[in-house]
Design a protein. Structure first.
Length: 171
């Protein structure tokens, strides 16, 4: 599936990263993960507080998109905090299929708190309020005029079926 960007969206702990790895493998596309970029930046530069962590998060998304432009197609895994900017940037890539991951907020909250203990320093996940993590806008797809495949990640997802749906959406 060259020249297609499969963009995973959804709030934190909605299941994006769980799906991104098998999805990229099945589609034969490179995988670009914002959290991987951010961790490298945190390790190299440090993040002494929440605001510094947010800045590195924004820089990570910018780096992810810059690398994506060079790939000719990829699976992109990120929380897209700046939704309007994300739509504009993603449109500039070309062919996009959005995979919107959804789960109920209670499930996402439990997942988020469990994984926060596993992250290294510089993320400050335990200091982020629910309003920042799960605002109303984040509970909907970006819907930038491209095909959207919605997936409920509350229970295990049939990746083979998801790949079929993504391929159909991509045409």
């Amino acid at each position: 599936m060259p020249d297609v960007y499969v963009v995973l969206t959804g709030p934190p702990a909605s299941g994006k990263s769980t799906l991104s790895h098998p999805l990229a493998a099945e589609l034969g596309l490179p995988l670009l993960v914002k959290d991987t970029v951010k961790q490298a930046l945190v390790d190299a530069l440090g993040a002494p507080d929440v605001e510094a962590s947010r800045r590195l998060g924004r820089a990570s998304v910018a780096a992810l998109l810059a690398v994506a432009r060079e790939t000719g197609g990829a699976v992109l895994d990120s929380v897209w905090v700046d939704r309007i900017g994300a739509v504009d940037q993603l449109r500039s890539l070309g062919g996009v299929v959005e995979v919107f991951c959804r789960a109920d907020v209670t499930t996402m909250r439990v997942r988020y708190r469990a994984r926060a203990r596993e992250k290294g320093v510089g993320h400050f996940d335990e200091q982020r309020p629910d309003e920042e993590l799960w605002p109303e806008g984040a509970l909907r797809p970006l819907a930038g005029g491209w095909p959207v495949v919605e997936v409920d990640t509350t229970s295990p997802v049939d990746v083979v079926d998801l790949v079929r749906r993504v391929r159909e959406a991509a045409g």
